[in-house]
Design a protein around this ligand. Structure first.
Ligand code: MEV
Length: 314
């Protein structure tokens, strides 16, 4: 019996360790794919053009506004593949909490492009993938730096500078554990990025100082990672949080989880991603400490926590 044709695509979530927001202004950022969470997409034959994802099921033409970028990436990919007239069912399954700074919109786009290329037996290279994903990200986020597309589509940690070739580097810090915690509150990256832009217009000198400082701290963090200095990395993360607060992208819930993490032994703690909700990260120098911090953060209201080792030498 002939096997029915299907296409599959997958992409992981992402964590920004350092440099969110300042990366939009050309400063570097450090990020890595967060394999604990992922989105997978399946394409299968159907006589209608259907989209089925965890919070919407229906015709492509009925896709709700919050899924506009999904609709766009499907259309643009079919355009690139010269398959505009084809119909099928696309099923998107996600374990990445949406609008939490974990790259769910970019990961959705990456997995859709990969699944459509796979369905038509076409190899999908990064140079075909990234422009399609970044186009969808413009719809989702307004003015994306491209870091989410790069981090969710790769396997390596990145030292990312907008518009420059993507540089991977080894994230390998002995005995370092990152606790990722979800506030459970949706954070609108689009609004946060646009508010920082307004702030920049209102007070160029002050805001560009914060942005430059975040870039400087990111470069120091890269050195701390390369010299295997978990304590310095923690201090730098704390300094970054001060700058992010000055850019108004933290909020009470994030601040509270950051303080709780530090009170429970975190070497450093800050928000990650767009902020105004979403997730925070904290650094620990042992698995036991990481578990203690995660437990305390959950007691303080985090809706979910994950622990990720930052080293192969642990
Ligand atoms: C969002 O994950 C990271 C931001 O820096 C926006 C971007 O880089 O596109 C806030």
């Amino acid at each position: 019996m002939k096997k029915e044709k299907t296409g599959h695509g997958r992409a992981s979530g992402k964590i920004i360790l350092m440099g969110e927001h300042s990366v939009v202004y050309g400063e570097p950022a450090i990020a890595f794919p967060f394999q604990e969470t992922y989105i997978s997409t399946k394409v299968e034959p159907d006589t209608n053009m259907l989209v089925d994802c965890h919070y919407f099921c229906g015709e492509l033409s009925e896709v709700p506004p919050q899924l506009k970028s999904v609709k766009e990436v499907i259309k643009q990919t079919l355009n690139v593949l010269h398959k505009e007239k084809e119909t099928f069912k696309i099923t998107i399954t996600s374990t990445i909490p949406a609008e939490r700074g974990m790259g769910s919109s970019a990961a959705a786009a990456v997995s859709i492009v990969r699944a459509l290329f796979d369905y038509f037996d076409m190899p999908c290279t990064q140079s075909e993938l990234l422009p399609l994903v970044n186009r969808a990200e413009k719809i989702a986020h307004g003015n994306p730096s491209g870091i989410d597309a790069a981090a969710t589509s790769g396997n390596d940690s990145l030292f990312f500078i907008k518009g420059q070739p993507i540089e991977s580097f080894p994230m390998n810090v002995s005995n370092a554990y990152l606790i990722v915690a979800d506030t459970g509150i949706k954070g609108q990256t689009r609004a946060a990025v646009s508010d920082v832009a307004h702030l920049f217009e209102q007070n160029k000198q002050r805001v560009s100082q914060h942005i430059t400082e975040l870039g400087h701290l990111t470069k120091l963090a890269k050195q701390a990672i390369l010299t295997d200095d978990v304590y310095l990395l923690g201090k730098i993360m704390n300094q970054a949080q001060v700058q992010l607060k000055a850019l108004t992208v933290s909020n009470d819930q994030l601040d509270q989880l950051v303080v709780t993490a530090r009170e429970n032994g975190a070497l450093g703690a800050k928000l990650t991603g767009g902020g105004r909700g979403g997730c925070m990260i904290a650094l620990a120098d042992s698995k036991e400490q990481a578990v203690k911090i995660a437990t305390a953060i959950e007691a303080a209201g985090a809706k979910a926590t994950w622990i990720q080792s930052l080293g192969v030498k642990n």
